[in-house]
Design a protein around this ligand. Sequence first.
Ligand SMILES: [Zn+2]
Length: 421
Amino acid sequence: MLNYPKSNLDAIFMESQRIFSEIEKQKNRMTQALTELIRTPAIAPENGGEGELKKAEKLMQMLELVGFDKIERYDAEDERVPSKKRPNIIAYCYGQSDAERLWIVTHLDVVPPGKESLWTVTKPFEPVVREGRIYGRGSEDNGQSMVASIFAVNALKNLDVKPKRTIALAFVADEEEGSTYGIQHLIKQELFKKDDLIVVPDSGNENGSFIEIAEKSGLRFRVRTIGKQTHASRPDKGLNAHRIGMEYTLTLDKMLHEKYSLKDKYFDPQESTFEPTKKDKNVDAVNIIPGEDVIHFDCRILPNYNLEETLKDILGLAEEFEKKTEAKIKIEIERKIVAPKPTDANSKIVVMLKQAIKKGRGIESKVGGIGGGTCARFFRKIGIAAAVWSTVDETAHQPDEYAKIENLVNDAKVFAFLAIS
Ligand SMILES: [Zn+2]
């Protein structure tokens, strides 16, 4: 715990109760704000989307109503989207001190909805509220935290409370596809200082008791198998790339799981994960034997392992298969992220967050690591402590994604407590 004089703590406690009840009063507006945001898709060009501009414009209108002290835009240029812009917004609420800022970083973009028929409650971008949950793509990831952070500041503004330190809410683009046009673009503007306090509410658990301070390394690659296309009735005249691709993939899958089987209690799940995920379309008709076949892998690897070593194994097996089958197997790296050094469990932001969770949600929290990559890793990379926390049922990236209204409200209380403590 931080060492406050007792009278000071009493004052913070009294103030927090006032703020908490103000946040409670805003519950319907918060619900409305989140449903409004879900209505505007913000999908990356990699996934066939137009980017985040429309959603950012809607968000700007919401921010204007709150009365932030300053709102800035740091758009990154991107030729692939119609507007040529990937928007990044920062909204400031000035505090008594500007020495160490409290940053709450959330992302505007969402992943594609996937097969729409799997959505049973509503269509992905037509949000509905049912039994205390808001359903829709982007509700949990990352709309809930966006809205919670805005309404934490909104409560302070409504009550004329000046936070202890300046709060800066950053709403960034491109989180789901590598953050080049998002948080990495902001970091290049040198907006963040060593002593700043960074919260990235983009992962968490069901009751809000988990603070993430470490992440696994990430590796994405394509397995491109090249054989020879031919008629399905004459396989003897060609080389079926699809079959060889599948065989290689399954062998690789088994090899990786067996060799990289270490478990680390710090992480959830405890082991490295290696998953064949996306399958590119190959031929147009059933009676054609594919001459080319592409399967994608998504791997989350414990920081104990050297990624280069893993890659060597992947390439080695491809070479073996090439010799055996006469097909060409190309391994094409899509993304390689080496996990940075974890945030210190005793860093100021982690200690403050623990206290805020206790006051805002009434529970003790624990620290640990996860397999997902968030914006936090880019701060860790440049030596700034960042803590990842939110309260979620972990429905992100799934059909029927939802956010609980209760979590929306209670997470806002934690953010507000951070601002005044
Ligand atoms: Zn997210």
